[in-house]
Design a binder for this molecule. Structure first.
Ligand code: SF4
Ligand code: SF4
Length: 427
């Protein structure tokens, strides 16, 4: 049903909306527009919708909501826009005003408001889901399973990795010190994110091992929770986003650096201040927290300044051709582009091949790929073309979300390519 909104959050991005000169250049870059070819897919069209909501000329109809949701927040429009109009930020704000007007639909209201903030309960539920996976979800290969057609809301036949039998926090202690004889250079907090915690815990364990061997004491605070990306960026639920932000900010108060292996998490927790700070205390706390957040590759290269000799190949990657996919949140949001390439090129016995359009969105974008799975697959097809052109044996990235999307789509295309996190390349 159509509804008027109170454009409280949109107002904060009025300048961005006004900056757009309607040149339409974003049509060359927008991954959604490239597939749909409709004006409202691209930033210029979204700008018109959001300005309509702001002025009150436009009601919040189902069509408007659909158009606001149909954006991967890849920020390609902004980075290629001569006016640097940050329309994706205004999209997030419009989603928040939508939630203020209409609330969050069931069952997402339970997931965002209750499940994600309670990690222990969520872990138990996922453990139950992993049994379910083992019984009902057919295996594709290794630990990848595909969603059967009856779960069509989550994507027909989608390949997803199995929930891990043991979660990261059950595998590692809270405090992880360098081995005896290795001096401690630094003490950091490790923000593990839901994917590493529940799906790829071996990756988290390996990162802790790598860092401690290189003189870093790694603390994994027990109270940390979900970064909030699906909650406040994807769904526009700022109230529950703030609860997660407050928990995470407090959990990491004692560290000079907060390290993540997930580009989406890094970007989401850095942006608490921009979107969620609703009073001076939160503005200060979120700002201080965000300033200390570093992606793992950025941390290794820019902070630890490890020598090239620190990057030795993992046993099964010697002699392989490797290519790199830039996660949108790593490249365009955090500006981390050269560091992962430097690491891969330093690994002896590995051939690095730059992928055409390496920074092109893979189409994952969290819940976007659930709501619009067919569109997400079409966007991924362009990424697959780039991977094929390299002839690489391994495609690596720095975001577990992108990893899942790349796994699903390389399997769908029957490609003999392995998808890995950059840290898995290292001994
Ligand atoms: S968002 Fe930027 S590139 Fe797109 S129409 Fe507006 S000014 Fe042009
Ligand atoms: S953020 Fe990406 S998907 Fe959204 S309008 Fe901009 S280019 Fe298109």
């Amino acid at each position: 049903m159509a509804k008027k909104i109170e454009p409280r959050e949109i107002k904060k991005f009025e300048t961005d909306l006004a900056q757009c000169v309607k040149c339409g250049m974003c049509s060359f870059w927008c991954p959604v527009y490239q597939e749909e070819r409709t004006e409202y897919s691209l930033a210029r069209g979204k700008n018109v919708i959001i300005r309509g909501l702001l002025s009150g000329d436009l009601d919040l109809t189902d069509k408007v909501i659909d158009r606001l949701n149909k954006c991967t927040l890849c920020k390609t429009c902004t980075m290629n826009c001569s006016a640097r109009a940050n329309i994706p930020a205004a999209v997030v704000a419009a989603r928040a005003d939508k939630v203020n007007a209409k609330g969050v639909n069931f069952p997402y209201s339970i997931v965002y408001g209750w499940l994600l903030p309670h990690r222990t309960f969520m872990g138990n539920l996922l453990r139950f889901a992993s049994w379910f996976q083992g019984i009902f979800l057919p295996k594709t290969e290794g630990s990848i399973r595909h969603l059967p057609n009856f779960l069509s809301a989550l994507g027909k036949g989608r390949q997803i990795p199995q929930i891990a039998p043991k979660f990261l926090r059950q595998m590692v202690p809270v405090v992880n010190k360098p081995p005896e004889g290795t001096p401690t250079r630094m003490r950091i907090g490790y923000f593990t994110g839901c994917m590493t915690e529940y799906v790829f815990p071996e990756l988290g364990k390996h990162i802790i091992d790598f860092l401690t061997r290189n003189g870093v004491e790694v603390v994994v605070p027990e109270a940390q929770g979900c970064c909030g990306a699906p909650v406040y960026l994807g769904a526009g639920d700022f109230n529950n986003g703030r609860k997660l932000a407050d928990t995470n900010t407090k959990s990491f108060a004692d560290f000079d650096y907060v390290i993540t292996d997930c580009a989406s998490c890094a970007s989401a927790i850095k942006d608490y201040k921009k979107f969620l700070a609703d009073n001076p205390q939160r503005e200060e706390a979120y700002g201080k927290f965000g300033d200390r957040v570093k992606d793992i590759s950025e941390f290794l290269v820019d902070v630890l300044k490890l020598p090239a000799s620190a990057y030795q190949p993992a046993a099964d990657i010697k002699g392989k051709k490797v290519t790199w996919h830039d996660p949108c949140h790593l490249n365009r949001y955090l500006g981390v582009k050269s560091q992962p390439r430097q690491i891969i090129k330093s690994i002896p016995g590995v051939e690095y091949i730059e992928m055409p359009n390496a920074d092109r969105c893979c189409g994952m974008a969290g819940t976007f790929s659930i709501y619009y799975y067919d569109l997400s697959k079409n966007i991924a097809d362009k990424k697959i073309e780039g991977i094929k052109a390299t002839g690489a044996d391994i495609v690596v990235t720095g975001c577990p979300g992108c990893e899942i999307q790349l796994m699903d789509n390389t399997i769908r295309h029957k490609m003999p390519v392995k998808v890995m996190h950059i840290m898995e390349l290292l001994q």
